[in-house]
Design a protein around this ligand. Structure first.
Ligand SMILES: Nc1ncnc2c1ncn2[C@@H]1O[C@H](COP(=O)(O)OP(=O)(O)OP(=O)(O)O)[C@@H](O)[C@H]1O
Length: 298
């Protein structure tokens, strides 16, 4: 068994991954651990190095990148028998997966925390045959997610999503969705559908305030066509008291579930961990205790 492989996506966020990969390597060496570094040149390299980590049975795989990198790495482990423990140094823009795991968004802190960490076994989601580690979303706001260009992201960071999302609110559309959730059938018109694994969604902490990565549940948030006032009221309940949204007759509602199927007349795409994902119809389920992440001790 080998010790540590560090996989860095140099294009993520503010392009600091390579620099921090070297810092992490020397910190591990100071702590009598041996780390090999791989710098990716393309998305395919993420898959290649994750497969290397798995086939050479590295104990630990440290990922430097944002949600796209971490999500791709998780997906690459889907069919592997051996899955290394995963540490994240969040050099991306939004870093929602790291946030949901309680990893520091300050990069220096995240590096330091890796020498004093604990293991957290986490659930992942499966949509058709793909894994997701954070969320699935559909509707006019999520569509703006993949319309944000790399340039905009580099210039404005997470503000780029806010600007695009705000523009899309004016062009809000309704989607008729037929869903079966843990055996219960429902038909609803939604303007936004979000399915998440942890409390953090799209960089918003406490989006699903009760959700944790190891509770065995997916959480669905549905928002119906609503006035701005109704939206504010729904979002306030969502962030403070999601129990108040347990009835699907509300303008906004939250349902914890384990598996479901979703249909829609249009071939609407979903966003998967913030990148363009599969289209409707889809089946979705929780895979409990699938990955092990390294998270700060405290
Ligand atoms: N050299 C490269 N190695 C790996 N991926 C690359 C490379 N150049 C561009 N990419 C693209 O980077 C994407 C992943 O970037 P990532 O999501 O990790 O960073 P980010 O967008 O800054 O962060 P976040 O998703 O947290 O907002 C991949 O989907 C891939 O298409």
């Amino acid at each position: 068994m080998k010790d540590i492989i560090i996989i860095a996506n140099p294009s993520s966020g503010k392009k600091q991954a390579e620099e921090y990969a070297a810092k992490a390597q020397s910190l591990f060496e100071d702590n009598q651990r041996q780390a090999d570094v791989r710098i990716t040149e393309s998305e395919e390299d993420i898959v290649k190095y994750v497969k290397e980590a798995s086939s050479n049975k590295y104990d630990t795989m440290i990922l430097l990148g944002g949600d796209g990198t971490v999500s791709k790495a998780g997906e690459s482990l889907k069919d592997e028998e051996y899955r290394p423990k995963i540490g994240i140094i969040p050099t991306g823009t939004i870093n929602n997966i790291a946030r949901g795991l309680g990893i520091a968004t300050n990069i220096d802190q995240a590096v330091e925390d890796l020498v004093n960490c604990k293991e957290q076994i986490t659930d992942v989601g499966m949509i058709n045959d793909k894994l997701f580690l954070s969320s699935i979303s559909a509707g006019s706001i999520p569509e703006t997610v993949w319309e944000v260009s790399k340039d905009q992201k580099e210039k404005f960071g997470s503000l780029a999503y806010f600007i695009e999302g705000f523009k899309s609110l004016r062009e809000e559309e309704n989607y008729s969705i037929e869903m079966t959730i843990d055996g219960k059938e429902m038909k609803v018109d939604l303007t936004l559908l979000v399915i998440g694994l942890s409390n953090s969604v799209a960089g918003i902490p406490n989006f699903f305030n009760e959700a944790t990565y190891d509770d065995g549940y997916l959480y669905l948030f549905g928002l119906k066509k609503s006035t701005l006032g109704e939206k504010i009221s729904v979002m306030t309940s969502l962030l403070n008291d999601s129990e108040a949204l347990s009835d699907e007759q509300n303008k906004g509602f939250v349902i914890p579930f384990k598996q479901g199927s979703f249909k829609n007349d249009h071939n609407l795409n979903v966003a998967l961990d913030g990148e363009k994902g599969p289209c409707f119809p889809f089946d979705i389920k929780i895979l409990p205790a699938f990955l092990t992440f390294l998270v700060p001790e405290n």
